[in-house]
Design a protein around this ligand. Structure first.
Ligand SMILES: Nc1nc2c(c(=O)[nH]1)N[C@H]1C(S)=C(S)[C@@H](COP(=O)(O)O)O[C@H]1N2
Ligand SMILES: [Mo]
Length: 423
């Protein structure tokens, strides 16, 4: 079978591996086990074959050998404010697209409150006909919807925006502030319609019941279109880290607008310019202007396999795999380059390709063993294309760290190390 290259640097047609006939070489070692050893190995039966297994348990956890698959905790003001923390999903240790709930990324501005679900209330007040308060029991009686959506912190990939030298870190530290879950809850529209929004009520201020009382202004039109009061995450009640017992979910919008532990929705005429939106989440542009309220996350992709900190075990066939997403709609195309951007080949998008959810892409790659530069570039249905790092830097002030959706470059060295580089 001759190789059909799809682009330079050894990229093969994205359909190639699915056709079969190309063993990646990993299984070859098993065949080298001699007959005598094989027989001896069979003779000594391990305990788990001769005795009953362990007792059943009411709630499962990952195997003990997987204990190092965990979130990377980043406390940028560790001394001053340890409760202000980020923890990145180990994207490079996961496959598929759904983030296990225990590994969903976290951003806490003031730590995680421990709320009593029996006492928690969601109030809808302000410019409404009937101010309402809901407890969890009442909300359980409303019709619910389920949607798979990504959530991404506006500050995701900030280290690559910011640091002079490309930081040597893995996907968890660099890009781990994005996760993907199936969220289930009550459409905000149902609750708002019950309260009766007055015509002048064009905005909502959502307020969280944590120490910083994180608050964000949300366009009423967005809340009515596809906003959700999420109560469940991947089938079970939302984790404490994700806002137990309830959070706002605004598909495609920057993470901080998805207010956790939400306790109030105040209907107002115009944006409140809360501390959270007038400070940290204002985007600074190159020309000195700002985007005071920026909502939608840009089109983006990250190669997770191989990625920073990994090492390749010699030349041969590999599958390049990664994740892509856009806050605007479904990803339509991901291209991969293995020759520093000289040529690009289209990767396979693994179904289902959902609206504002993570999608897995892959492409087979025959690594010659020479130094290589791997990059991925995502497109969405609005025609938006992921920018290069220099294009992205041109748009924003050097002080801006939010909304870095620029193309990531991984260098593979001759000895198989994978490093983060700026191009
Ligand atoms: N009440 C409250 N809501 C909050 C936050 C917070 O600190 N307090 N952090 C916000 C930020 S900055 C992000 S990116 C997302 C993170 O959601 P997650 O921790 O479930 O991943 O929640 C947002 N909602
Ligand atoms: Mo965030």
């Amino acid at each position: 079978m001759s190789d059909s290259f799809a682009a330079g640097g050894g990229l093969l047609s994205r359909r190639r591996l699915l056709g079969g006939g190309l063993a990646a070489g990993a299984v070859a070692a098993a065949g080298s086990l001699g007959l005598v050893e094989a027989v001896r190995a069979e003779a000594a039966l391990p305990a788990w074959q001769t005795e009953p297994g362990l007792e059943v348990r009411p709630y499962g956890v990952p195997d003990s050998h997987e204990a190092d698959v965990r979130r990377a905790i980043i406390q940028v003001y560790k001394e001053l404010a340890p409760a202000y923390s980020f923890s990145g999903t180990p994207l490079h240790r996961l496959r598929g697209t759904i983030t296990p709930s225990g590994l969903h990324y976290e951003v806490h501005h003031g730590g995680r409150p421990e709320l009593d679900p029996a006492r928690h209330r969601l109030r809808i007040h302000g410019l409404v006909e009937r101010p309402l308060a809901f407890d969890l029991e009442a909300l359980e009686r409303y019709p619910m919807i389920s949607r798979v959506h990504f959530l991404e912190c506006a500050g995701n990939s900030f280290m690559n925006a910011h640091a002079e030298q490309a930081p040597q870190m893995g996907c968890d530290m660099l890009h781990g502030l994005v996760s993907n879950s199936e969220w289930t809850g009550v459409p905000l529209r149902l609750l708002l319609e019950e309260a009766g929004v007055r015509p002048e009520g064009r905005w909502l201020v959502a307020i969280g019941d944590d120490a910083p009382g994180l608050a964000r202004s949300i366009p009423m039109e967005k809340a009515m279109r596809d906003g959700m009061l999420a109560l469940y995450q991947n089938g079970e009640r939302i984790r404490p880290e994700q806002g137990y017992p309830m959070r706002v979910l605004l598909p495609g919008y920057e993470g901080n607008m998805n207010v956790k532990w939400v306790t109030a929705l105040q209907v107002v005429e115009r944006p409140a310019h809360t501390k959270d939106e007038s400070g940290e989440y204002t985007d600074l542009l190159a020309d000195g202007k700002v985007i005071a309220l920026s909502f939608t996350m840009g089109v983006k992709s990250v190669i997770t396999h191989p990625s920073g900190g990994m090492s390749m075990s010699g030349p041969g066939l590999y599958e390049i795999s990664g994740l892509a997403w856009s806050g605007t709609g479904p990803v339509t195309k991901v291209e991969v380059s293995a020759d520093a951007g000289a040529s690009w080949a289209e990767a396979l998008l693994h179904p289902p390709v959902l609206d504002r959810a993570l999608v897995r892409f892959s492409i087979p790659w025959k690594w010659s063993g020479a130094p290589a530069l791997l990059q991925s570039r995502a497109h969405d249905g609005s025609g938006a294309v992921q920018p290069t790092r220099s294009e992205w830097k041109k748009r924003y002030s050097p002080a801006n760290v939010n909304h870095n959706n620029s193309i990531q470059a991984w260098r593979v060295t001759q000895d198989g190390a994978v490093q983060n580089v700026y191009t």
